[in-house]
Ligand binder design. Structure first.
Ligand code: DC
Length: 223
């Protein structure tokens, strides 16, 4: 099977829309591989911080990005043989990822790595430009979103449910800033391509959203 004939389901959308959870569950159901492309930008932001490279320094970031050893193994993310799964999910790295992602050289440096995830029997890839740039020939493209206030509320409830404090107004402001940086940047902005199906999860459960994607995929297989 040539790489181009391996089916890709591209799921793009803004931060905290639930696309990571939905994508993983769809991949599990279909027995497909899964690419969390946002994790790669998060890793670049983390490695830059560790090496004292500014998130604004496109050339230094590009050089560094090509030397990183990145692995996804047994649910953990490894950077240069160390587990960084927790570290990359911090609010600081969420912001850092969104900042390093504006640079075309950084995006180019991660392009081949992302394509290497396309393996039989198929791939579910989640991010901002999976359907528009990295896997333009994806058999199914979903634009998964939700109202920003609802996304902020979901984020807010995560620490609160663990008896930790959280600031709703700050979370909302961070999401709005990230949304506008991700969709207004010149390099591969977050957009809904004309061939992508809109899935608004504002009033849908995760289970419902997973069903929606699986049904859309089954319908394509019938064509
Ligand atoms: O999906 P995420 O929240 O983990 O992504 C973190 C940041 O990485 C996001 O704000 C923008 C960037 N990103 C990107 O530019 N392109 C992708 N395909 C995935 C993420």
């Amino acid at each position: 099977m040539s790489a181009n004939s391996i089916p890709v389901i591209a799921i793009d959308g803004p931060s905290a829309s639930g696309k990571g959870t939905v994508s993983q569950l769809v991949a599990e159901k279909l027995g497909f591989h899964y690419l969390d492309s946002g994790a790669l930008y998060r890793i670049v932001a983390l490695a830059a911080k560790q090496q004292g490279i500014a998130w604004s320094d496109a050339d230094a970031l590009e050089n560094m990005a090509t030397t990183l050893e990145i692995e996804f193994k047994a649910g953990e993310i490894y950077l240069n043989n160390k587990i960084v799964s927790e570290a990359v999910r911090s609010e600081e790295m969420s912001r850092g990822a969104s900042e390093v992602a504006i640079h075309t050289p950084v995006r180019n440096a991660l392009f081949d790595l992302q394509q290497s995830f396309r393996k039989a029997p198929g791939l579910v890839a989640d991010g901002r430009d999976m359907g528009s740039v990295v896997f333009k020939d994806a058999v199914l493209k979903i634009f998964l979103t939700a109202q920003v206030e609802i996304r902020a509320e979901r984020r807010y409830k995560q620490p609160i449910s663990k008896n930790m404090s959280a600031d709703y107004a700050k979370i909302l402001q961070d999401l709005q800033e990230r949304d506008s940086r991700d969709s207004q940047r010149r390099a591969s902005p977050l957009i809904q391509t004309p061939d992508a199906i809109l899935l608004d999860t504002s009033h849908r459960s995760i289970t419902d959203a997973v069903e929606f994607v699986l049904n859309a995929y089954q319908n394509i297989l019938k064509i």
